[in-house]
Ligand binder design. Sequence first.
Ligand code: MG
Length: 311
Amino acid sequence: MSNEVIQASPQTIAQIKKFYTKEAVTRNAPGVVFAAKTANASITVYKSGKVLFQGAGSGIEARRWGATTTPSTSTKSSKGDLLPDHLGSLSVIGSDETGTGDFFGPVTVAACFVPAHQIELVQELGVKDSKQLTDDYMRKIAPDLQQTLIHSVLTLPNDKYNDIQEKGYSQGKIKALLHNQALKHVLRKMDNEKPDYIVIDQFAERKTYYKYLQDEPIIITERVLLATKAEGLHVAVAAASIIARVAFLEEMDRLSHQAGRTLPKGAGPKVDEIAAKMIMSYGEDALRSFTKKHFANTEKAKKLLNKLRNT
Ligand code: MG
């Protein structure tokens, strides 16, 4: 059941009592000075001045009495937090990751701060919902974003990824650690400035996210919102997403150069084929520094290679 609480002045409480006179009910609970029941909400006024609104109509009833003391909520992402109104126009640190579904290449995470007064500038620089942008376009605009915005971008090299993955870290935990670290860096660079909110493009339930971080010395929790498809909610997340993507692409360039062949993105059949060739050229162990070795692609590539060798 949804509910809302407001702190009301004596004047407001007098108005509330008058307004709901006809719907008044008797409640003998401790501290209750007035109670009412409408068709879709229960209203309880406490001696302390707190007014509790319960039921489906609680939001509407609470707003009648200036429910702005609790963050007013309008949008809810599919599985994420309730989001404040006008989130898109506030000063926000956004964070996002990429590379998690790619066999070759690193996981990268970026966080960046876009203060309210720079939102237009960031849009001017070409930031849109990054899901609609091509890699080439993102490569073009990322340098300007990096120059303009306080940001942090982390690239987790593949051998390090494989080390911790083998120690039992799930991909979710790896992502959470990187997000937390990137946010920490950005907050540190901001000195005394505070964001209105921190928006993380959501990859885990809130509880799970913080469970992943439980052993961290510093855990960023204040004003954190988790929301899916957050690139569309604030340009800070879209910008972070672009910066993370370009860091991924640059590391892929470097790895491709090192491998002597273009390493494909994703985890499809082309990836298996190139992985088989990599094993042929450099041995299976080389996958440690080029791939996320625990993906099914490793086994598929080995099978492919056996087939090639047996024909
Ligand atoms: Mg994301």
